[in-house]
Every structure is written in structure tokens, then in C-alpha cells.
Design a protein around this ligand. Structure first.
Ligand SMILES: Cc1cc2nc3c(=O)[nH]c(=O)nc-3n(C[C@H](O)[C@H](O)[C@H](O)COP(=O)(O)OP(=O)(O)OC[C@H]3O[C@@H](n4cnc5c(N)ncnc54)[C@H](O)[C@@H]3O)c2cc1C
Length: 292
């Protein structure tokens, strides 16, 4: 590929992606790149397009399963300083897409700013969280988004409002655009109140989810009006195992993996769960995790 000189210097080849994800399984990326700025990102995206190589953006990899044969394309990570900024201005916070979600939630709580404590215990970056509209029973990130910037597939930087994003259940209408950064608007409350909720939500998460395991959180989306975890549990699948991958006994919608697991173990277990739930309940489960 004819990379520009500046791109070539920071372009890594054949990089194992497993260690960059929370499952820690899966093969390499043909190319891995950490752009320093939006212009740099735009340049690498243009190069990839010209070379007809697919390009994907990886946050913390907390919602991604990489197949064992890896990804034959360009993976970008927004982990340089230029993408990790966080600036509070009154009730507003301006954040880069690579900013760590946990750090952001804590920083907001410390300032007595409410709205993000519902995201406690959700690993990831701001960009990944907006793409997935990360959240749960206490709220989701979309509720706090005022506007955000994206790089579109044809190379334009555009600002989008919350309305344009059409945040839904684990969804956001950005297509193949890449989130660059966002402005969130929070609610001023007493620090004690925000911290109290933060601690309550954190305790709930620890009680209900296997947070110490290697996983990517919930594997399947909840079908309308139902709980995927409950269906999997009722199908008798808690503890079900495919080699190094096992259905968590704490939360049936989590698949935990052993140290020597392969992505194919997770994929086989996913197929088995889907087949059993479909046979027993006539319900087709849709993936929440992104399989590359
Ligand atoms: C223990 C555990 C608990 C979890 N609990 C929850 C939970 O309660 N609620 C919940 O919603 N999720 C949960 N998750 C899943 C995960 O934390 C979230 O989906 C999180 O938002 C993923 O962020 P990330 O940066 O790691 O994204 P990644 O996993 O790296 O990427 C996820 C998707 O977003 C895309 N993406 C990443 N960055 C960008 C960007 N800048 N622009 C455009 N697209 C981008 C990727 O291409 C991919 O399609 C959990 C995961 C774990 C491991």
C-alpha cells in the first residue's frame, strides 16, 4: 500500500488484537494505527479506502470479539493524547472519543455533576460508548449527549445533535462514521448525592455481573419485553461450556473465557445458545457484541 510518510512511521503490521480487547482472544490486524489528530485519521482512512482495505475503529475492545484469523484491514485506535482530552465547563464536559469512560464518570461525580454515574462499571471509551449507546437499567450515555463530532466515510468532519443520533437500545444512528469527540451536558447536584448513587450502582453491578472474568459484557440484546439472560438461564444453559468459553453462572447473558480460549470457542457457544433458545422459546437472539 502507498501510505503517506507520516502514516507509515506509526503504522504497525500484523498486530495481535486479542490483548487489546476484554475477551483477550482472536487473531491479528493486518495494520494497526493510532492517529494523532482528526486530520491524521482522515488521511489514514483515505489511504485505506484507496487501497480497498476495510477500516475499523477499536476502543477498549470491551464489546468486540475478534475472530481467530484476525482482521484483514486497518484498525485505528484513538488512544493518542489528541483524542483523550476531558474539559469541564460548568455543567458541560468536552471529551475526546478516546477518553476512558470510567475516568470520566469518576471526574463528573467528584464535581457533583450527575448523569454519568449510571455508566459506572462499564469499561470502554467515550467513542465506543456513544456508538453502542452504552448503559443499562439506570440510564445510558445518549441521555447526556448534547452534540458530537464525527468523521464521515467520505472524509468530512460533521457535528451531530442528540436528535440526529437517534439513540436507542444499544444503538446510535451514525452508520460507518467515526466519533471524534462529544459535548455532554450534566446536572448539578450535591457531590454526596451523586457519589451515593455511584456507589449504589457499582455495588449492583458487582453483585449481578462477573466483572472479574474475561468477557465483553452482555453477548445478546434483550428481545423486546424480555431478558436474554433469563431466557438463557431458563433454557438450562448457565455453566454450559465449549472448550475455553462458558456461560457465566452469575449472569447468563455473559460468556466468560479461560486463558487458553479461542474465539471459535465463544462462537460455537453463541451458536449453541441461539439454537437452544430458539428451539425452546421460539426467540431468535440478536448479538449485542460486535464480531470482527
Ligand atoms: C465486564 C463488562 C461489563 C459491561 N457492562 C455493560 C453495560 O452494563 N452496559 C453496556 O452498554 N455495555 C456494557 N459492556 C460492553 C462495553 O463496555 C460497552 O459496549 C462499551 O461502550 C464499549 O466501549 P469500547 O470503547 O470498548 O468499544 P469497542 O468494544 O472497542 O467497540 C464497540 C463498537 O463501537 C465501535 N467504536 C469504538 N469506538 C468508536 C468510535 N470512536 N467511533 C465509532 N465507532 C466506534 C467499534 O468499531 C465497535 O463496533 C460491558 C463490558 C464488559 C467487559
Amino acid at each position: 500500500m502507498n501510505w503517506s510518510d507520516t502514516c507509515a512511521e506509526r503504522l504497525d503490521v500484523d498486530v495481535p488484537l486479542g490483548p487489546l480487547t476484554s475477551y483477550r482472544v482472536g487473531g491479528p490486524a493486518r495494520y494497526l494505527y493510532s492517529p494523532q489528530s482528526a486530520d491524521d485519521l482522515r488521511a489514514i482512512a483515505r489511504n485505506a479506502r484507496q487501497a480497498e482495505l476495510p477500516l475499523k475503529v477499536l476502543g477498549r475492545g470491551a464489546n468486540v470479539l475478534i475472530r481467530d484469523d484476525g482482521f484483514d484491514g486497518v484498525v485505528v485506535r484513538l488512544d493518542s493524547d489528541g483524542f483523550r482530552s476531558m474539559r469541564f465547563e460548568g455543567r458541560h464536559v468536552l471529551v475526546g472519543a478516546g477518553c476512558d469512560l470510567t475516568k470520566l464518570c469518576k471526574a463528573a461525580a467528584q464535581r457533583g455533576l450527575a448523569g454519568l454515574e449510571c455508566l459506572v462499571g462499564i469499561p470502554g471509551t467515550v467513542g465506543g460508548a456513544i456508538r453502542m449507546n452504552a448503559g443499562g437499567k439506570f440510564g445510558c450515555i445518549g441521555d447526556t449527549v448534547d452534540r458530537f463530532d464525527v468523521l464521515t466515510p467520505d472524509g468530512r468532519v460533521e457535528s451531530r445533535s442528540r436528535e440526529q443520533a437517534q439513540f436507542g437500545y444499544r444503538s446510535c444512528a451514525i452508520g460507518d462514521s467515526i466519533v471524534l469527540g462529544a459535548e455532554l451536558v450534566l446536572i448539578r447536584q450535591s457531590r454526596a448525592e451523586v457519589w451515593q448513587r455511584y456507589r449504589e450502582y457499582w455495588a449492583y453491578k458487582k453483585r449481578t455481573q462477573p466483572l472479574a472474568d474475561r468477557s465483553a459484557g452482555c453477548v445478546f440484546k434483550n428481545p423486546p419485553g424480555q431478558s436474554a439472560g433469563r431466557l438463557i438461564d431458563q433454557a438450562g444453559l448457565k455453566g454450559e461450556r465449549c472448550a475455553g468459553a462458558v456461560v457465566s453462572t452469575q449472569h447468563a447473558n455473559f460468556i466468560s473465557v479461560d486463558r487458553d480460549a479461542a474465539a471459535s470457542d465463544v462462537l460455537r457457544l453463541i451458536d449453541r445458545i441461539r439454537a437452544r433458545v430458539s428451539r425452546q422459546f421460539g426467540q431468535d437472539l440478536e448479538l449485542e457484541i460486535d464480531v470482527w
